[in-house]
Design a protein around this ligand. Structure first.
Ligand code: ATP
Length: 221
């Protein structure tokens, strides 16, 4: 294979935080990826609408990765109409990068629900999956997800370089117990999430008053 794989980390990023950024860096280094793309979802098909707007979520990612060439914003899902189906996103990347292996990075909790995704089996026609174990989130795989793992599992990350798509590689990055919901919860209570996300992102969230409840905003003024 001529080019190093590109990593793809999809999510709501409501907001982006150091758990996402550190995970992407760990993956870029450990799997020798060309870079990792952070792909914010416009309308997540499997959960409620994000609190922050698409423009805010993509701006924060752009700010967060601006000085790190191994991380990039890819906002294609925000630019197209309809639900954000991962299978379509990966197919459009595959068309742009016909000779580059793609590695879709996802938590085991997300992978467990993969069989509910739109045309989920076609994902393996465009990409490998890198399955990461996330601290504090235990989940058993069963049914079609467990079967896909058994059939497609590889023990070596070199397989991700040798072939364009179709393998599953599991990896456990050093744990960072940070979640966007915890950050939203802190802001709603009028407490500071400082050091859980980049300062420039937090400053913009505070300026725009995105997640604060009315009473917390009033209390902090
Ligand atoms: P929320 O708390 O709103 O559910 P989140 O923090 O889990 O959000 P998402 O945008 O849903 O963030 O996550 C995108 C991807 O990043 C998912 O695959 C998720 O498993 C992974 N991820 C998020 N936080 C971490 C973390 N601290 N460590 C490792 N992976 C993470």
């Amino acid at each position: 294979m001529s080019t190093a794989p590109v990593g793809v980390l999809g999510g709501t990023f409501d907001p982006v935080h150091n758990g996402h950024l550190r995970l992407a860096m760990e993956m870029a280094v450990a799997l020798e990826l060309a870079h990792v793309r952070l792909v914010p979802c416009a309308r997540p098909p499997h959960r409620g609408a994000p609190t922050a707007s698409p423009g805010q979520r993509s701006k924060w990612i752009r700010v967060a990765v601006s000085d790190e060439p191994r991380l990039r914003l890819d906002d294609r899902e925000l630019l197209r109409d309809g639900p954000s189906y991962t299978v379509d996103t990966l197919a459009s990347m595959r068309a742009e990068m016909p000779d580059t292996p793609l590695c879709l990075i996802m938590g085991r909790d997300v992978f467990a629900k993969l069989p509910q995704w739109h045309e989920w089996e076609r994902i393996f026609d465009s990409a490998h999956i890198v399955l990461i174990d996330r601290p504090g989130i235990d989940c058993e795989l069963d049914g079609a997800a467990a079967e896909a793992l058994t059939q497609r599992q590889t023990d070596s990350h070199e397989a991700l370089h040798r072939t364009l798509c179709g393998h599953i590689y599991t990896y456990m990055p050093p744990p960072l117990v940070i979640s966007a919901s915890y950050i939203r919860e802190l802001l709603q209570r009028g407490e500071s999430p400082r050091y859980l996300l980049p300062t420039a992102v937090l400053d913009d969230i505070m300026d725009a008053g995105v997640y604060q409840s009315q009473s917390a905003t009033a209390a902090s003024q």
